[in-house]
Ligand binder design. Structure first.
Ligand code: MSP
Length: 513
């Protein structure tokens, strides 16, 4: 059985989870579900990044011991995900002793290989980013991300010989055009390499300044820099390079937003290279969720609470909107008005209506039993072809993390099915007692609806299960509804005549404003 492994960023626990975190985690969930639908063994790693200055400062602000503070926020993340229908993940914390042990082993390995040295350093330190900036990287003397003036700090520290590997990395990015995708982010990474501002990476913090971190195995006066620690989660969650899961799942896929392109596009591949480990498969970079055209962030007070949205609109509708609205790689605006429009048009009018009409007609004409189809006419064959084509596109696009286009492809079929109901007019066939023809039309509709419900399992697991159960199919939110969706694409049918169906359906009620 093929295996698939994907990761989300390991979120900082200095603030509560918001829509941005939820989105990355939902994408990972949908990918894992998609790969399970393809018959693969798939899971993802998410978790919490708990060391460093930023966290200590947040704990102090909340008047809590650091450990109590990180335990509290970390569980908020862990507990939120299942409420959003997110399943199939391993939750990793950078304060897990097993992770800390692997970080120390990896540090020692890099040190023994001669890629870490001790040196004096003075530089511009941004507390927000928890890193030093070179003169060239600053914008008007300020951190490009936080727009604050970094502090000039001079101290002795350990350095990772990153610069030694940068020419190799540049070659690698040029030779592997889809290593970082979409393309604009590969160009951005190449731009960083070409700008010449990258130097060796300072990977330690003296304990005189910070104790909340992992001890360097070769010098207990220092703790490890948070990024070196956090990035290693991607392999410590597999038990480290010697672990069984590592052999089975590595190399994996990474999912991040563009804010953390640099550590993932530059630091991480170089760390893996120095450790002699295979590089990840792809770095998949998405844009920001904006609120009124500005990035959502706690400091700006424009946060969207995923839990509140889900309670108000339902888990499926909320997930659908996020997957349909954001084109992976670009920014998207979050708007409740736009979400209501989508729910009413795509879910209530198109999909909900199809289920409701077809199930109530089957109840009336065939006592809710799937009829046996007779031979197909041209218009039926067209629908069957469209179904195959839409599913093919959908699977391919979801696989490529292009959910907005994937859903559009599926909705073409849903809209065509509603038109087919209008043009074939089952009520007229019933009236004219054309039972064979009526059976064929109803069968074509029901069989396509089953395929649609299967396709939607990665996007709306709850609704998919509900639709499948209304169609007399066994399904649950944790197990893929079919062994391999590829077998469903080119063979029409899959719904047995004689199956008992639900009498009515109202899966997506309209939202009144
Ligand atoms: N701890 C680091 C990551 C270490 S990974 C080894 C970190 N944490 S974070 O809490 O700041 O999370 C950043 C990530 O959260 C982004 O890369 C993205 O996945 C998600 N998002 C946070 N805000 C976002 C938006 N407004 N829009 C989309 N996603 C964003 O960086």
């Amino acid at each position: 059985m093929e295996s698939y492994y994907v990761t989300t960023p390991i979120y900082y626990v200095n603030a509560r989870p918001h829509l941005g975190h939820a989105y990355s985690t939902l994408v990972a969930d949908s990918l894992v579900r998609m790969h399970r639908l393809l018959g693969e063994e798939a899971f993802f790693v998410t978790g919490s990044d708990e060391h460093g200055d930023k966290i200590v400062q947040a704990a102090e602000k909340n008047k809590l011991q650091v450990k109590d503070f990180v335990d509290g926020i970390s569980s908020q993340f862990r507990e939120l995900w299942p409420r959003l229908g997110i399943d199939g993940f391993r939750f990793s914390r950078t304060t897990d002793p097993a992770h800390e042990k692997i970080v120390q082993e990896m540090l020692q390995k890099v040190y023994d290989a001669g890629d870490i040295y001790f040196g004096e350093f003075s530089g511009h330190y941004c507390y927000g980013c928890e890193r030093f900036y070179t003169e060239k990287e600053l914008e008007d003397g300020c951190c490009p991300q936080h727009k604050t003036r970094p502090e000039l700090i001079s101290e002795k520290n350990y350095f990772f010989r990153m610069s030694k590997y940068l020419p190799w990395l540049k070659e690698y990015l040029l030779e592997h055009p889809d290593f970082i995708r979409p393309e604009r982010y590969r160009s951005e990474a190449l731009g960083m390499l070409e700008a010449g501002a990258l130097e060796d990476l300072c990977i330690s913090r003296p304990k005189s300044r910070l104790t909340w971190g992992i001890d360097l195995p070769f010098d207990s006066n220092y703790v490890c820099y948070v990024w070196f620690d956090a990035l290693l989660t991607y392999i410590s969650a597999l038990g480290g390079p010697a672990g069984q899961d590592f052999a089975r799942y590595w190399p994996g896929e990474h999912l991040v937003a563009k804010d953390i392109l640099k550590p993932h596009a530059i630091f991480w591949p170089v760390m893996l290279k120095s450790l002699g480990l295979p590089l990840y498969r792809h770095l998949n970079v998405h844009g920001y969720w904006l609120s009124k055209d500005t990035k959502m962030s706690k400091s700006l007070g424009n946060i969207v609470e995923p839990q509140a949205m889900m309670e108000k609109y339902g888990q499926d509708a909320f997930r659908y909107y996020l997957f349909r609205e954001m084109h992976f790689g670009s920014d998207a605006n979050f708007s409740e008005d736009a979400m209501i429009v989508r729910i009413n048009s795509d879910l209530a009018n198109d999909l909900g209506n199809l289920f409701s009409r077809v199930l109530s007609m089957t109840a009336k004409y065939f006592s809710s039993i799937v009829p046996k189809p007779a031979s197909k006419l041209e218009q039926d064959k067209n629908i069957v072809d469209l179904c195959e084509h839409a599913m093919q596109n959908y699977v391919q696009l979801m696989h490529a993390i292009r959910s907005a286009e994937a859903l559009e492809a599926l909705w073409e079929l849903i809209r065509a099915l509603n038109k087919y109901v209008d043009s074939e007019a089952p009520w007229a066939l019933f009236k004219a007692q054309e039972t064979e023809r009526l059976a064929t039309v109803m069968y074509v509709l029901l069989a396509c609806m089953r395929k649609i419900a299967i396709c939607l399992w990665p996007v709306m697991p709850k609704a998919s299960v509900l639709m499948l159960s209304q169609l007399g199919q066994e399904a649950d939110e944790q197990t893929a509804p079919v062994a391999n969706i590829r077998n469903e694409i080119s063979c029409f049918g899959g719904l047995e005549a004689g199956t008992k169906l639900a009498e009515k359906s109202n899966i997506f009620p309209r939202i009144q404003r």
